[in-house]
Design a protein around this ligand. Structure first.
Ligand code: HEM
Length: 136
């Protein structure tokens, strides 16, 4: 991702996430609930559920939440692993797995009544990680 696009994305993510709540703790709570739903849906999925077998879904959801809030500039600290190192111990993630994850993300955000403009932005943000998450 080049720098100007990165800065624009940060500003867009920021304004959208600010709409999730009045203060940082209510935003983080709302984000956690959305992402807990997302990871539960992924773990039940026939195509990508196996990646999550025997893992602590809530923990992963909360790490993802912190990762996103940090990318949006709304929290200073993210001490977890980034997308380039979080998946090293897993089976190879293929293009189809990545596509499937985006379909489930869209379904989750719609079920959670996230506004359509935010859904598109969220998906375009996640799409920028395709090349580092998908195994070559
Ligand atoms: C099909 C695509 C993906 C699959 C199957 C997948 C699967 C997983 C799994 C199983 C974990 C838990 C790893 C563990 O606890 O050992 C994880 C963690 C994580 N993933 Fe993904 N992931 C995918 C795409 C992405 C993308 C696109 C991002 C970023 C936008 C991302 C960011 C993260 C983060 C931040 C963590 C938590 C790291 C931590 O615990 O510190 N993942 N992922």
């Amino acid at each position: 991702m080049n720098k100007p696009v990165h800065s624009l994305m940060r500003i867009q993510l920021r304004s959208i996430f600010l709409s999730l709540g009045e203060d940082s703790s209510s935003r983080e709570n709302r984000m956690n609930l959305i992402l807990e739903d997302f990871y539960e849906r992924m773990s039940r999925d026939t195509m990508i559920g196996f990646f999550f077998a025997n893992l602590d879904l809530k923990h992963i959801a909360h790490q993802q939440s912190k990762f996103l809030l940090n990318a949006a500039g709304l929290i200073d600290q993210f001490e977890g692993k980034g997308p380039a190192s979080a998946h090293l111990a897993l089976a190879p993630i293929l293009e189809g797995h990545f596509d499937r994850r985006l379909v489930i993300l869209r379904e989750t955000l719609q079920a959670q009544h996230v506004p359509a403009a935010m859904i598109e932005l969220w998906i375009s943000f996640e799409s920028t990680f395709r090349n580092i998450v998908v195994s070559k």
